[in-house]
Design a protein around this ligand. Structure first.
Ligand code: MG
Length: 388
């Protein structure tokens, strides 16, 4: 008797393909047109290639560790604020709304959103800056490049190859985030995730900052984007103050930015006569002497409003004493632990140790440390080097 695996392609016709051709626009990336994977795999009976990619991200160790990685604030600051994982889930939620409204491939969008931050090391941007400095002579460190290293090399889930063997379109989208000009022009699915990332962090960082007392609501309301949102919230709910006003106003900002983005993107698709993925890419690169454009982009007025909010957050939050006070000792710990592992690379787990010959000790130690959560780094530092 022969056994039949669920991924035997004779088991069922691909329902997902019929579903996509019914629901997706011609400018969406259809999974049937995927350029495939580096390592050939049998098609799955009922999951599309991008559904499988999404599941591979969710089941990866790097994804789970996002729960204990800093977004902006660390565990020292309490437990109201976002972690890297909850940020990722907010981005995914917004990105799926945008994708559905624009008839894009939601499975692909979900994959890209869930994966977009998995390359972040512990301790947020403090960790990234420190690793970048430590690796100056080895080509630096960047979380977008690291995300690719994770999905192509560092995650070990299959017996026959390293990495997650994701679809080409997922790798390309992550490569465009490196912004080094080597990747193909981004699909609309990738553009949607970039926009959702920016909508999510602007608003949730403002929310966290007020909750943690770094800025007051009155200060936030001096930013026109926030003031307008507060006015709309009051129109909708009547007089509001305190935490009620904060929640309602920030909800309005998200709602407003998403709605405007949908309207503007739909209009751009129509005006440019976009009818294929190839045309999305041509328009991004620019053609016939015309400059390239992102189809999923805010109006200049909203973009300026967001910039004002981001400048405010940069000065008052990301560079605030409360964030920087935690940052300096954390960077010192990371550096000490990095130096320690460079001298004791045999103490790393076998998979990291095993890459030293190919990639050098400093890059391999960086791979190991970048994968740590904030609290693992803390504990490991105290174990290896001693507290203080
Ligand atoms: Mg992000």
């Amino acid at each position: 008797m022969t056994t039949r695996r669920p991924d035997d392609e004779r088991a069922a016709p691909p329902d997902w393909q019929r579903r996509e051709s019914l629901l997706l626009a011609p400018w969406a990336m259809h999974a049937a047109d995927s350029a495939g994977r580096v390592h050939d795999e049998l098609p799955h009976a009922f999951r599309s290639p991008y559904q499988r990619d999404r599941d591979r991200i969710v089941h990866s160790a790097a994804f789970r560790r996002l729960a204990h990685k800093t977004q902006v604030f660390t565990g020292y600051h309490g437990d109201y604020h976002r972690s890297r994982l909850t940020h990722t889930l907010e981005v995914t939620s917004i990105a799926r709304t945008l994708a559905r409204a624009l008839a894009l491939n939601e499975d692909l969008v979900e994959t890209l959103a869930l994966a977009h931050d998995i390359g972040h090391p512990p301790l947020g941007h403090a960790g990234e800056d420190t690793l970048a400095e430590l690796l100056t002579d080895e080509g630096g460190f960047n979380h977008n490049a690291q995300a690719l290293r994770i999905v192509e090399l560092l995650e070990i889930r299959y017996p026959h190859f390293p990495g997650l063997n994701l679809s080409r379109e997922v790798l390309d989208a992550q490569a465009t985030r490196k912004k080094d000009g080597t990747a193909p022009a981004p699909l609309l699915e990738a553009q949607v995730v970039d926009a959702a990332d920016s909508i999510a962090y602007d608003t949730h960082d403002a929310d966290d900052a007020v909750e943690l007392g770094l800025v007051t609501m009155d200060e936030l309301l001096e930013i026109p984007l926030m003031a307008d949102a507060a006015n709309r919230a009051r129109d909708r709910y009547g007089p509001l103050a305190g935490a009620e006003l904060r929640r309602a106003a920030l909800h309005e900002v998200v709602e407003f930015e998403v709605a405007e983005l949908v309207t503007r993107s739909r209009a751009a698709i129509a005006a440019l006569g976009i009818e294929s993925v190839a045309e999305v890419r041509e328009v991004f690169r620019g053609q016939g002497g015309m400059p390239g454009v992102r189809i999923v982009a805010h109006t200049p007025a909203i973009a300026a409003g967001k910039r004002a909010l981001e400048q405010f957050l940069f000065q008052r939050v990301y560079r605030s004493d409360r964030v920087l006070t935690v940052r300096v000792p954390a960077q010192r710990k990371l550096t000490r632990l990095f130096d320690w592992y460079c001298l004791h690379s045999d103490e790393m787990p076998p998979s990291f140790r095993g890459r030293v010959e190919q990639f050098g000790v400093r890059r391999s130690v960086a791979d190991y440390i970048a994968g740590m959560t904030d609290r693992f780094l803390d504990r490991d530092h105290d174990l290896r080097i001693g507290p203080g």
